[in-house]
Design a protein around this ligand. Structure first.
Ligand code: NAD
Length: 318
């Protein structure tokens, strides 16, 4: 692969200003670290014209003209937006940004967990109405000694386990192979999911959306959870059967949740999830941090260096 010009697609603007990454990569290209690698980085708008001289693109969205490039880098960890089979057929390399989100998403999940136990979301909602309203005596609780079950122990899962372990929760995990994991008391396989979630106060989803994980948490898994338990989804909306989740919340089968991702995004204004008790809705931003472009830049820079040496780029998916 030859990398003379890399485009930064305007779709990344949903997460950071494209020019930040353009500047970051241009600076890197001027250093010895990427000697002999791409020196030209430019903002593109996804049109064939703007991509005409590009060999590669860094992007949030998929666009058809990308199938004519050599390499596409996703600024997200998940690549469910991209038609992987068509990338394969077209011989286009696809890479992702797995590995950079553990800290940000781990802290977001810690925030959700603390907010739900300490009732912070209620005080914030009351403040919007200038309302001085204390919780009932038995509403607030503390998380130390509670159990969490983290489903998916990759980069995200690791960051979440570290934070929840640090807050004093007992942490279980679920993954395909029951290999031990530091900070995780018990590792269950996916086949054991219902057992794994049964005694958790928080079930945290951190798996990619694949054919195997679509609808992983449905009515039966929700029924297996404790009625005082919360579902935290920072993976993808499709990992959960959303109508079943709404039913479980309405019926009090689970106590609530914190949801960053949804089957349809933005979450439609008429979704019942907006108004259910003890449900925190966030707009798919669990990984947001002002350093996001720096983290993506570091991965791309390393890939450019590797490609210049004839090696594979980092985090190759296709
Ligand atoms: P990763 O590749 O580091 O980890 C994914 C883990 O899931 C791996 O350990 C893998 O073995 C495991 N896994 C895959 N299929 C599984 C299955 N069927 N059952 C159980 N485990 C399975 O990726 P990551 O960085 O941890 O990100 C995971 C996913 O989280 C991404 O694909 C993305 O969809 C989502 N994500 C969301 C946000 C957000 O802002 N909400 C941010 C980053 C990532």
């Amino acid at each position: 692969m030859r990398l003379d010009r890399i485009g930064v697609d305007e779709s990344v603007a949903a997460v950071f200003p494209p020019e930040r990454l353009v500047d970051r990569l241009a600076d890197a290209a001027d250093t010895d670290a990427t000697e002999g690698a791409a020196a030209d980085v430019t903002a593109v708008d996804g049109s064939p014209e703007s991509l005409a001289d590009c060999d590669a693109v860094v992007t949030l969205e998929h666009r058809e003209p990308f199938l004519d490039l050599e390499w596409v880098h996703s600024i997200q960890a998940g690549v469910d937006r991209f038609p992987r089979e068509r990338f394969r057929e077209a011989g286009v390399v696809l890479t992702n940004s797995t590995g950079v989100h553990g800290d940000a998403v781990g802290e977001t999940v810690a925030g959700f967990v603390l907010a739900l136990a300490r009732r912070v979301h209620e005080y914030a909602a009351n403040q919007a109405d200038n309302e001085w309203d204390r919780p009932d005596w038995d509403e607030a609780w503390t998380v130390a000694g509670e159990r969490a079950c983290v489903v998916g122990l990759g980069g995200l899962g690791r960051g979440i386990v570290d934070r929840l372990d640090g807050l004093g929760l007992d942490v279980d995990g679920v993954r395909r192979d029951p290999l031990p994991e530091p900070g995780v008391d018990r590792v269950f396989t996916v086949d054991e999911l219902r057992t794994a979630v049964a005694d958790a106060r928080f079930v945290v989803l951190a798996v990619p959306l694949t054919d195997a994980t679509r609808g992983l948490v449905g009515a039966e898994e929700l029924a297996a959870m404790d009625d005082e338990a919360y579902l935290v989804n920072v993976a993808r909306g499709g990992v959960v059967d959303q109508p079943a989740l709404v039913d479980a919340l309405r019926e009090g089968e689970i106590a609530g949740g914190a949801l960053d991702v949804f089957e349809t995004e933005p979450l439609p204004a008429d979704s019942p999830l907006w108004d259910l008790d003890d449900v925190i809705v966030s707009p798919h931003c669990a990984a947001y941090t002002r350093d996001y472009y720096r983290h993506v830049g570091a991965i791309v820079e390393e890939s450019v260096r590797r490609v210049a040496e004839g090696d594979e780029p980092v985090n190759r998916v296709v």
